[in-house]
Design a binder for this molecule. Sequence first.
Ligand SMILES: C[S@@+](CC[C@H](N)C(=O)[O-])C[C@H]1O[C@@H](n2cnc3c(N)ncnc32)[C@H](O)[C@@H]1O
Length: 374
Amino acid sequence: MIRILPSLRFTPLLSAAKPFCSSSPARDPPQYEAKTAPVSNSLLSITPKTPLFLRTPSHATCLTEVWKWHDWAKDLATSVEESSNDSEDSLESVILHRELKWLIEDSIEDDPLVILHRSEIADDGEKNVKLRASLEELYDLWRQRIENRRPFQYVVGCEHWRDLVLCVEEGVLIPRPETELIVDMVEELVNRDGRFKKGCWVDLGTGSGAIAIGIAKVLGSHGRVIATDLSPVAIAVAGHNVQRYNLQGMVEVRKGSWFEPLKDVEGQLVGLVSNPPYIPSDDIPGLQAEVGRHEPKLALDGGIDGTDSLLHLCHGASRMLKPGGFFVFETNGEKQSKMIVDYMMTNDLKDCFSDLKIVPDFAGINRFVTGFRL
Ligand SMILES: C[S@@+](CC[C@H](N)C(=O)[O-])C[C@H]1O[C@@H](n2cnc3c(N)ncnc32)[C@H](O)[C@@H]1O
C-alpha cells in the first residue's frame, strides 16, 4: 500500500515564495547547547500511539452502520467545497475524498470495497465487518480532520515516506516528500564510494526518524547512524520507528540539543545530515492550518530569518565531520541555500569545506546544501 499523494497536501516546509529577511550572514551562530532539557522520568516514559492500520480489528459493526458513516463522511468532505471561501488555505474536496478512502483502508480488516462499492457487489447490510476503531471514533476522527484541520497523517497515525510507513503523531513533524532526496543523495554517494558505507552517520533533528532509518537501510549491515532530537516525543516516536524496522542495532536515538549528545563522536563522522527548523518566525502564523495549528513549533521555527539552526549546524559540521566527510542540509529554498553556502565560504569556516553545492528538490526549488569537510 503506497500512498504517494497525501503529503502533497502540505505546503513544503518552506515557502520558497515567502521572503525571508536577512542580509547579515556573518553574524555569530546562536548557542544552543545550553538549551538541552533535562530528561525527566515522565518524559522517558512517553509511549508512541499505535497507528490505525496496526491496531487489532476488534470492533465488529454491521455494514449498514458503516455505510451510514461513510455517507456522512462523504457529505462532509463534499460540503467543504461548497462552503469554501476560495482562500488559499481552504480544504479541497477531491483530496478529502481520497483521504477518506485511505482512512477506510486503514480501518477495516475486510476488503474496503464492501464499503466503497457496496451497490456493485450488493452486500448484505446485516453482515458484520471488523474495524480497527469503533464507529464512534471514526466519526470523531473525520470531524477532527475537517473541522479542526488535523493533518490526515495524525488522524491515521502514519505517513508513507520513501519505502517506509512511519508512525507519526502530534509533537513530531510529518516527514515531507522533498526530504526523501536527502536519502537519495546519501545512497548515490555510498554507491559511488564504498568508504561512506562503513563509518558513522548522524541525522540531527530526526523527528520521526525518517532520514536516519532511510540512511540505515541504504548503508546495510555495516552502517551506523545516530539520530538526535531535542523533543522527547520525537525521541520516543523515532525509537519506535527504528524498532518497527528492526534497526536497533544500527540506529541509535539520542536526546539532546544538536551536537551536545555527540561529544564521543566528534571529528569521526563520515556523514552528517539535517532537515532543521528553517521557517522564519514571522511566517509561522501564515502557514497552512494543518501545519501551523498542529505541527510542533520546535520543528518549524528557525528564528528571525529561519537560519538560526542552519548556521549552528554549519559550525558543528566543521567540528564533527572527519576529513572527507559529507553533509547535506535542507533549507527553506533559494535564498537560504545561497546564504548558507556564502556563510560556509567566509569567516572562520572558509577553509573547512570543499565542493559546496546547492541541489534542487523535485519542484526545482534550490532546497539543499551539500559539501565535504576538507
Ligand atoms: C523540520 S523538523 C525535521 C524532522 C525530520 N528530520 C524530518 O525531516 O521529517 C526539525 C527537527 O529538529 C528538531 N529540533 C529542533 N531544535 C532542536 C535542537 N536544538 N536540537 C535537536 N533537535 C532539534 C525538532 O524537534 C524536529 O524534530
